[in-house]
Design a binder for this molecule. Structure first.
Ligand SMILES: NC(=O)c1ccc[n+]([C@@H]2O[C@H](COP(=O)([O-])OP(=O)(O)OC[C@H]3O[C@@H](n4cnc5c(N)ncnc54)[C@H](OP(=O)(O)O)[C@@H]3O)[C@@H](O)[C@H]2O)c1
Length: 352
């Protein structure tokens, strides 16, 4: 039996589909019933027998912050895929980021040790590899350095990874993946999928920052292949391509038939931007731009994906394809939502 945490999220729902298609016995942790609808939605994008496949998953109620619920969920389990986590760059989420990502992972490791689990695949992040010099290429051997420029999200993911390596020291087989920004269809209002709704709503400008991007289907495939190998005690950067923000924003805008931004921002503008946001906070406005986001928008990160490519002989889906496939689903969703709003409005008019 396999336990998946975070199965209702972007990475986790694609992983569940991959595992179920391969005929594995899967148990998935959920915090509420509504989230299963999100998984159904993901499955329906790729298969026609959605309900049949969803019914094959054994759903259990639980929370990674509740050690007892984890111990229950781990009965008869041999392998764990740990996809649950919180993604946020807002400083006000500092304590919940550390609680969910660090304490939640510590709980899972402790429960796994007690339950005699054989192997864990942990979804970390390239953020957990730490900051680099501008333009430096990052490999799995890059070591974390404490710096005031580390975002609270990065600190929480680094702390989570340390819990996993503690588990490894204490006898668990572990394999860690460090994905870059994951592209794929999901809840358009949160996490990396929000890229599409943000660009749909209009992004006026771009920066010269560079980062890594990967298709969610590749993330799921790499996890399963690593779990089913003899590999243990290793981590892998999962990133298909390094692209500039300018390129990503313009490619997504084009795929959504939106006008691409023409204004280029420079680092000094970012600094001014986050300071203005902090001033506005006093007047009750939610800050959308933190100092860390402003800085990283101009940083150039290059991720080396040669380790995973060589280990699994893996070919990544191109980022152009990842963007075009996701944009198509986004536009289909928009059409469906508009139709259902129109229907509701017609119903209201008829009843008046
Ligand atoms: N998206 C990216 O670009 C990216 C890149 C690199 C690494 N990652 C990492 O990949 C992992 C998954 O990210 P994602 O993009 O799939 O995020 P997501 O779509 O926001 O999904 C997060 C998942 O974690 C679950 N979760 C959150 N708090 C939990 C708790 N206390 N107990 C149990 N489950 C909890 C959520 O469950 P509910 O449905 O109940 O909310 C959801 O299933 C995270 O660890 C993230 O740090 C993401």
């Amino acid at each position: 039996m396999i336990l998946v945490t975070g199965g209702t999220g972007l990475a986790g729902s694609h992983l569940l589909l991959e595992l179920i298609k391969q005929g594995e016995s899967v148990r998935a942790l959920k915090r509420n019933d509504n989230s299963i609808e999100k998984v159904k939605k993901t499955f329906s994008l790729y298969v026609t027998n959605t309900d049949e496949l969803i019914d094959k998953i054994e759903w259990v109620d639980g929370d990674i912050l509740d050690l007892f619920s984890l111990e229950d969920a781990l009965k008869d389990v041999e392998q764990i895929y740990h996809c649950a986590g919180k993604v946020s760059f807002d400083k006000r989420d500092s304590s919940s980021l550390l609680r969910v990502n660090q304490n939640g992972t510590a709980n899972l490791v402790n429960a796994a040790l007690v339950s005699g689990i054989r192997k864990i695949c942990h979804v970390s992040s390239v953020s957990a590899l730490g900051k680099t010099q501008q333009g430096e290429t990052i490999t799995e051997n890059h070591f974390w350095k404490t710096s005031r420029q580390n975002s609270i999200y990065a600190i929480s993911k680094y702390a989570a990874e340390r819990e996993i390596w503690r588990g490894s020291e204490e006898g668990l087989e572990v394999v860690v993946i460090n994905p870059s920004i994951i592209i794929g269809p999901g809840d358009w209002t949160s996490g990396s999928t929000r890229l599409f709704s943000t660009i749909w709503n209009g992004v006026p400008a771009y920066t010269n920052g560079i980062g890594g991007y990967v298709d969610v289907r590749d993330v799921a495939k790499c996890m399963v292949q690593l779990m089913n190998s003899d590999i243990s005690g290793q981590r892998y950067i999962i990133s298909a391509e390094n692209r500039s923000f300018e390129n990503i924003i313009k490619t997504i805008a084009k795929a959504l038939n939106k006008k691409p931004p023409t204004l280029r921002l420079y680092p000094w503008m970012g600094e001014v931007g986050w300071m203005a946001e902090h001033v506005l906070r006093f007047f009750g406005r939610t800050p959308t731009l933190t100092k860390e986001i402003a800085r990283s928008a101009f940083h150039q990160y290059y991720y080396d994906n040669s380790k995973i490519k060589k280990t699994l002989n893996f070919d990544f889906i191109s980022i152009d394809k990842a963007i075009n496939d996701t944009a198509k689903i986004f536009l289909d969703d928009l059409l469906i939502n508009r139709k259902s709003v129109k229907k509701k409005q017609q119903k209201v008019r008829k009843s008046e």
